[in-house]
Ligand binder design. Structure first.
Ligand code: PEP
Ligand code: MG
Length: 754
């Protein structure tokens, strides 16, 4: 069964559209289960019915036409119950409804299972048999497994098919749900960004000069042939004759007219070489994978490997994105911090990433740069989005592909309102962040990219509340030296003179990796990360601390912040090393002063030991991104669970309350520097809880200042009292959103300025 399932999945994932995917499924399932009929029905919300999309066994003329209204027939019963319905004689059942034209009445045994993707019933898979019989338990289990496994592929094919139809019918649009990554509305043209030598990630792209593209491909083939011959020669003594046969097979494939010609004819039909190669290789893989002989099936891996080799030859010196459109919406399966940093900021109007959540680093960086972003868009047909007209609604986490004229006009209006609101907010730049009833709360900026110091300065930040030092480490191919680091930190200190600056020690691991210091772990977020790495490498920690202290230049503006501390033992060790660095610099005759030292509260253990922490340090800063992740046990980057991730969860709010109360006993100030600090709804809560300062992306700063200047602390406290009675994040989010709308700040929680 597993082999059959694997083959079906493989074939379905290659399908170009939903019709093709479903046809494959019904044929293969009918064969495997040896039944008389297998059919797939899909729910159509617009027409409020289930449409027969594919069938092997029912009258072919009914396919695409026959439909059952919601609530009608056994198919709807399966969908309503969201579970299997197994009947020995379907026609006896009160819900049986004969769909004219299907010739269905001759079949008695009926087994229907729902196709469910992310809690939504997409349709129903049905098998039928002439004889009256109940389906066996293992048959039901098999069909349920097929439906569950294929639901994702079906959803994906549905969206992909939708996109293909858009090519011919531009009046319709497709919209997909994701998660808000960075507030704002981005309207522009898609540019797909993808990792090299990954066939699956190659986007569709058209070429004008097909003959030049054919030449490029032929050169790549010649290069691959040379590479393989060299490899073969190098290994000739080490490998047996049999093992060397693999290289001969590769060379044969490269010399074979069929595969090469197929690529060339796809290029001649207008595709660029990489796209033509991708489709051809996939086709060949499918042929091998559908073979019964296990040896032959394994050969599909060789085809895949050869495809990858050819692709990397094609990409040699060519793996650059095409010119960025004037209004670029960057699209990718997983957009990394460096991909974003490489893009020309003046052309970037939006970011759409299939993976990630609102606190993953692509979202954080987008916010830092003030670019609207939608992340965690499941079923995003990345490769089809190059050159498409796109809207990224960073408020609601929605993506519109080739939007209709109406949708486009509405979003253009909202974007214009936003621009106006942003311009109006600029007048708050030099105003204090003070509530109308006189409560002041300093607002600092989070930064980490040198290029975003300017926005931080322009936003009127009162200093840097979090400088993430990982980025200067990530953009190099080795650890930066103490002097290099000193120069970077010095630049930050100078740019913000005379304001305070909080430099955080290196927090790599988790989702932030260094190419030159790879860490392979099963659970990176629970593994070797942040302070755990730097304590294990005191030479790195000391070099960084020394660079920071020297950049502080004897002033009292420098604070050092420690990430990922999870125990007092770690804290004491880190404090000891900072003390050591300080002493050594004094001995070396440097002008340094003792820095203020703070701890990030982002691992839940510290909530319960907050008093021990507060006794030891000068301040604490709540890293709500990780605190939410660890408290709720929800990976901050995992799209499958992203809906469970919410910093406004009652547990997170109660944890911060406890931190503030515990720290207050030792007069230890509490700041919040996670993304929560830039969320206007959360600011209401944090203000009432009594945090001492907030640090956020520069692009959120004026919005947050607006909230503070509009809202009495007394009113915030009333709202907090109500929030503390609530039991779900959804309720809290909605309640606070409404409170902002009522206070005339609706523009902060939805597109537009109302
Ligand atoms: C946090 O975890 O809230 C935080 C500010 O740190 P980072 O997002 O860099 O992990
Ligand atoms: Mg963190």
């Amino acid at each position: 069964m597993l082999t059959i399932l694997r083959r079906i999945i493989q074939e379905v994932s290659q399908a170009n559209n939903i019709e093709q995917a479903l046809t494959i499924i019904v044929q293969r399932v009918k064969e495997a289960m040896q039944v008389d009929v297998c059919s797939a029905y899909l729910a159509n919300e617009k027409r409020q019915c289930h449409i027969l999309m594919a069938s092997d066994g029912l009258n072919p003329k009914a396919i695409g036409h026959a439909c059952l209204g919601f609530g009608e027939g056994l198919v709807s019963l399966v969908a309503e119950r969201a579970e299997a319905v197994n009947l020995d004689n379907a026609t006896d059942h009160p819900r049986f409804y004969y769909i004219p034209g299907t010739d269905e009445q001759e079949f008695h045994a009926f087994l229907g299972v729902p196709i469910i993707h992310h809690r939504k019933v997409l349709g129903v898979l049905v098998v039928q048999q002439r004889a009256q019989r109940r389906f066996e338990e293992d048959e039901t289990a098999f069909l349920l497994t097929v439906a569950a496994q294929l639901a994702g592929a079906i959803a994906h094919a549905e969206v992909s098919g939708g996109i293909s139809r858009l090519m011919t019918d531009v009046n319709d649009g497709v919209s997909l749900a994701g998660l808000p990554g960075s507030a704002g509305v981005g309207i522009g043209t898609g540019l797909v960004i993808y990792p090299p030598a990954d066939l699956d990630a190659v986007p569709d792209r058209q070429v004008e000069d097909v003959e030049a593209e054919v030449d490029v491909f032929c050169e790549a083939v010649a290069l691959a042939q040379t590479d393989i011959r060299e490899l073969q020669a190098r290994l000739s003594t080490a490998l047996s004759q049999d093992d060397q046969a693999l290289f001969d097979a590769y060379l044969q494939m490269l010399g074979s007219a069929s595969m090469i010609d197929q690529v060339i004819s796809r290029i001649r039909a207008g595709s660029w070489a990489s796209g033509a190669l991708r489709d051809t290789i996939k086709e060949h893989i499918q042929v091998f994978e559908s073979m019964d002989d296990p040896y032959m099936r394994e050969r599909s891996e060789d085809v895949r490997d050869l495809g990858r080799r050819l692709l990397s030859c094609l990409q040699k010196g060519r793996h650059k994105p095409p010119p960025y459109p004037e209004k670029t919406v960057l699209v990718g399966d997983e957009i990394t911090a460096t991909m974003l940093a490489e893009a020309p900021i003046d052309r970037l109007v939006g970011v759409i990433s299939a993976k990630g959540s609102s606190s993953s680093h692509v979202a954080i960086l987008s916010r830092a740069l003030g670019i609207p972003a939608v992340v965690g868009v499941k079923d995003l047909p990345v490769s089809r989005l190059e050159g498409q007209s796109l809207i990224a609604d960073g408020y609601n986490g929605r993506v519109y592909i080739s939007p209709s004229a109406n949708v486009l006009a509405e979003y253009k209006r909202l974007a214009a309102e936003e621009t106006q609101m942003t311009a109006e907010l600029a007048s708050l730049r030099d105003e204090p962040a003070e509530t109308p009833d006189g409560y002041r709360i300093p607002l600092y900026a989070n930064t980490g990219l040198l290029s975003d110091i300017t926005p931080s300065l322009l936003s009127g930040a009162e200093g840097i509340g979090l400088y993430r030092t990982e980025f200067p480490f990530m953009v190099r191919d080795r650890f930066p030296s103490e002097d290099e680091q000193y120069r970077i930190y010095r630049q930050v200190m100078d740019a913000f003179e005379p304001r305070p600056v909080v430099l955080r020690t290196l927090d790599v691991g988790g989702d932030k990796s260094l190419s030159y210091f790879p860490i392979k772990e099963d659970n990176p977020f629970l593994g070797w990360r942040g302070i755990r790495i730097t304590l294990d490498h005191p030479e790195l920690f000391l070099a960084q601390v020394r660079a920071m202290l020297r950049a502080g230049d004897g002033s009292d503006r420098l604070s050092i912040l420690l990430p990922m501390i999870s125990s007092i033992a770690e804290l004491d060790e880190a404090l000891g090393l900072i003390q050591q660095g300080y002493r050594e610099l004094l001995e070396d005759g440097e002008t340094v002063s003792k820095p203020r030292v703070g701890v990030m509260i982002e691992v839940p253990s510290l909530i319960y030991q907050i008093e021990s922490v507060a006794r030891r340090v000068d301040f604490v800063s709540v890293g709500s991104n990780d605190l939410t992740q660890y408290l709720l046990a929800v990976d901050r980057n995992n799209g499958n669970v992203a809906e469970l991730y919410d910093s406004l969860s009652p547990a997170v709010i109660l944890a911060i309350k406890q931190v503030i109360e515990g720290a207050a006993k030792y007069q230890c100030p509490v700041s919040v520097c996670g993304e929560m600090a830039g969320d206007p709804r959360a600011v209401v809560v944090l203000l009432a809880l009594g945090v001492d300062s907030l640090s956020m992306s520069a692009s959120s700063l004026l919005r947050v200042k607006w909230v503070i200047r509009q809202l009495d602390r007394a009113r915030a406290t009333q709202l907090l009292d109500a929030v503390l009675e609530m039991e779900t994040a959804k309720e809290i989010r909605q309640f606070l959103g409404n409170a902002l709308i009522e206070a005339g700040m609706g523009g902060l929680v939805r597109a537009g300025n109302k």
